[in-house]
Design a protein around this ligand. Structure first.
Ligand SMILES: [Mn+2]
Length: 457
């Protein structure tokens, strides 16, 4: 089955080029002062059990500005005699370690094939970094990722008075460069979009595979999950970009459900929120479908409201709109729909109120988040307290939903809609020609879904 699906995928895009990463570095350095020292640290490895590690995924800012994906790495950049130099500290070649853990590019490989000026063994980090720090007047560093680097930085700042007095040099402050980098990451290049489109296509096909396998055959949530995540790897992505949510029946009404071990029963709606990660870039898709292949009338009513809300929100993803315009559009359509069904008994205006409005009983989350190297990508939503205006190249999810958890003690769930949970989520690229749905390979109309669910029987 995977082999047939694979033929529907386009070619894998070229990776983001070293030249593009060099351009990113230059764009960032242009915002710095000459005495600034940039330090970017790899995330630490984390333990699964005893001596087994979780699959490694590095810190996104380091990935964005170096392309380096291995652990135990630090990138430093500073301006020496009017020219910015970039140094990458990496795990050195080590035959014994490589026999056990895998091949390493090493120092030579790093400087040859990655967009950096110099590479060093991470064993030299302490000495070299101390030297860089001494030459700097401000350290651009995010604390809390690599404790040994934090320690060096703090030590250097502590003794700054002495060094400044004696030599007239040494850093005087630490600043977190994350916001500067986030501003750059908010706008995706064509090459980044190509990576995200591939992640989106793989994810779409994986959702279709789950739909086909569903259809009243007593599938379990974990079986649908395995099809989805199996195809993520089959298609050459690194796997999921966030743990898959596969919830049937009342589990579909739990926003971040993660057990994924129940049976999908006849008459249930199955909600699947799953996306692949490709070369660090995320996809994030949610689809909700009837396990027996046919929506009930009640399910159809709710589904169509959510779909209408989603389409209205996507239409708002245009250059110049505030980032929350899609959310407001979705909320309005959801509320209008629930008023028509008699679920909401307030006026439209009252129902949207964040304190007393009835909509938040059934729709309690936001409609969008940025998406990119992080599934919940970086970028301030309210710079200077004002909603950010959408620009060409920004990517965001659109994911309205309605959740009628009959198990909830805090609300009285309308019986007709008991345990219906619907969320529909796509990833949108804002362009000057309007919104582009990156996840458009994944079907979402009622007719399409009913024709696909259970079709591999
Ligand atoms: Mn999402």
């Amino acid at each position: 089955m995977f082999a047939e699906m694979f033929t529907q995928l386009g070619d894998m895009p070229e990776p983001v080029s070293n030249a593009e990463i060099n351009d990113r570095q230059r764009a960032l350095f242009s915002k710095f002062d000459n005495g600034d020292l940039l330090i970017l640290c790899a995330s630490p490895e984390t333990i699964h059990s005893n001596d087994v590690h979780h699959p490694y995924r590095t810190q996104s800012n380091l990935l964005y500005l170096s392309g380096w994906t291995e652990p135990d790495a630090v990138m430093c950049s500073l301006n020496i005699n009017g020219k910015w130099e970039t140094h990458l500290f990496v795990q050195p070649k080590d035959t014994l370690k490589e026999i056990w853990e895998g091949r390493r590019p090493g120092v030579e490989g790093a400087v040859e094939n990655w967009p950096v000026d110099y590479a060093h063994s991470v064993d030299e980090l302490q000495a070299k970094l101390a030297d860089f720090i001494a030459q700097s007047s401000k350290i651009m560093h995010r604390m809390g990722i690599m404790p040994e680097v934090d320690e060096l930085v703090v030590k250097a700042i502590k003794k700054r008075d002495r060094a400044r007095q004696r030599y007239g040099t040494g850093p005087i402050s630490i600043e977190d460069p994350s916001n500067l980098i986030a501003e750059m990451r908010l706008i995706k290049s064509d090459s980044e979009i190509a990576q995200m489109k591939f992640a989106s296509d793989v994810s779409s096909l994986a959702h279709i595979a789950a739909m086909k396998h569903g259809g009243g055959n007593n599938a379990k949530e974990n079986q649908l999950q395995s099809l989805i995540e199996g195809f993520f790897r089959y298609a050459g992505t690194s796997g999921w970009s966030y743990p898959s949510i596969v919830g049937s029946g009342e589990n579909a009404t739990i926003l971040h459900y993660k057990q994924n071990e129940d049976y999908c029963k006849d008459g249930d709606v199955v909600l699947i929120d799953a996306g692949a990660e490709f070369r660090g870039y995320a996809a994030d898709i949610t689809r909700s479908w009837p396990n027996n292949g046919q929506f009930t009338d009640a399910q159809k009513e709710i589904y169509q409201i959510v779909l209408d809300a989603q389409i209205a929100a996507i239409d708002e993803c245009v250059v110049g709109n505030p980032y929350n315009a899609p959310h407001e559009a979705a909320r309005k359509v959801l509320a209008e729909g629930l008023i028509k069904l008699g679920v909401i008994t307030q006026s439209l205006e009252d129902s949207l109120d964040m304190t007393d409005g009835q909509l938040k009983d059934w729709y309690m989350h936001n409609t969008s988040h940025w998406i990119g190297l992080d599934v919940h990508d970086v970028g301030v939503y309210l710079p200077n307290g004002e909603p950010r205006l959408l620009e060409s190249g920004m990517c965001l999810t659109i994911e309205p939903g309605l959740y009628f958890g009959a198990w909830r003690p805090d609300v009285e769930c309308p019986e007709k809609y008991a345990n219906i949970g619907i969320r529909i989520e796509d990833d949108i690229l804002v362009t000057k020609d309007g919104p582009v749905v990156l996840t458009d390979m994944c079907p979402k109309t009622i007719a399409e879904i009913e024709s696909i669910v259970g079709s591999d029987k």
